[in-house]
Design a binder for this molecule. Structure first.
Ligand code: NAD
Length: 262
């Protein structure tokens, strides 16, 4: 574990999802107080209950990151409840449809951009206003390897994650004078579980020249494209987030770290 986060307050968006919750759990174990932001009240309550057993302050906030008003209200509530926000893990996201470009549904493209790009911007903007006033902040955005090399059948997702990398670079420059560092992580294939299965099935059903139409074969094709010949475990992500939030990365900003098995 990198650093010691006692006394630090972190906001995690997409906080009840796989990566958000695994990261919350790790940072709670390092002493941080946790504000989880997500869409579903029940899942937030359950997640906070789990984190509470680690003897940390954890509170859930229902908020849709696509609503500027909702985001501002929520950030204000978190600052009022916790006194401050030191760290932001800007991680809420949606993978979208799988279809070749010429049949990709327009409404889904817009939805992916709204959630992944506008949502990430809305949260980062609102939180950085607060961080600028305190002259302190550490931000980690969740991009994706799809934001480094566009995969087939994922036009919206790839475009949205390339945007996150750009947003990270610009934010790192704009916020550097205020002692705020902004970095990104780019996970690739993570599994097992819902995201992996969904991806494999949808790539198979997209029927492109790049993947088989048999999900089991798609799974093998994907794994064979990874130098380490396996998918990543969700629990291989939180340590990298903690590194970027903590002082071991004190001279790093604007960087996008791949978590991709090579
Ligand atoms: P997940 O679906 O488990 O978590 C995403 C969370 O974001 C969900 O809890 C969802 O409710 C929340 N969310 C979606 N739209 C929202 C909105 N409008 N407002 C507030 N919250 C919203 O998936 P995950 O794997 O934990 O993904 C987390 C991040 O990691 C995403 O940005 C995703 O694109 C990225 N990512 C995941 C993988 C992977 O293979 N799992 C790989 C690369 C990148």
């Amino acid at each position: 574990q990198t650093g010691n986060f006692a006394g630090k307050v972190i906001l995690i968006t997409g906080g009840t999802g796989n990566i958000g919750l695994a990261t919350a759990s790790r940072l709670a174990g390092m002493g941080a107080a946790i504000a989880l932001l997500d869409l579903d009240e029940g899942r937030l309550a359950e997640a906070c209950k789990g984190l509470g057993t680690q003897d940390t302050l954890a509170k859930g906030y229902v908020c849709n990151v696509t609503s500027v008003e909702d985001v501002h209200k929520t950030i204000n509530a978190i600052i009022s409840d916790f006194g401050k926000i030191d760290f932001l893990f800007n991680n809420a996201g949606y993978q979208g449809s799988f279809a070749p470009l010429h049949t990709y549904p327009e409404d889904d493209f817009a939805r992916v951009m709204q959630i992944n790009v506008c949502g990430a911007f809305n949260v980062m903007k609102a939180v950085s206003e607060h961080m600028v006033s305190r002259r302190f902040g550490r931000i980690v955005n969740t991009a994706s390897m799809a934001g480094v090399q566009g995969p087939p059948n994922m036009a919206a997702y790839a475009a949205s994650k390339f945007a996150i990398v750009g947003l990270t670079q610009t934010a790192s420059k704009d916020l550097a004078p205020y002692n705020i560092r902004v970095n990104a992580i780019s996970p690739a294939f993570m599994g097992p579980g819902f995201m992996w299965d969904r991806q494999v099935e949808l790539q198979a059903s997209a029927g492109s020249q790049y993947f088989s139409t048999d999900p089991e074969e798609v799974s093998r094709q994907m794994i064979n494209s990874v130098p380490m010949r396996r998918y990543g475990d969700i629990n291989e992500i939180p340590g990298v987030v903690a590194f970027l939030l903590g002082e071991d990365s004190s001279y790093m900003t604007g960087v996008n770290l791949p978590i991709a098995g090579g």
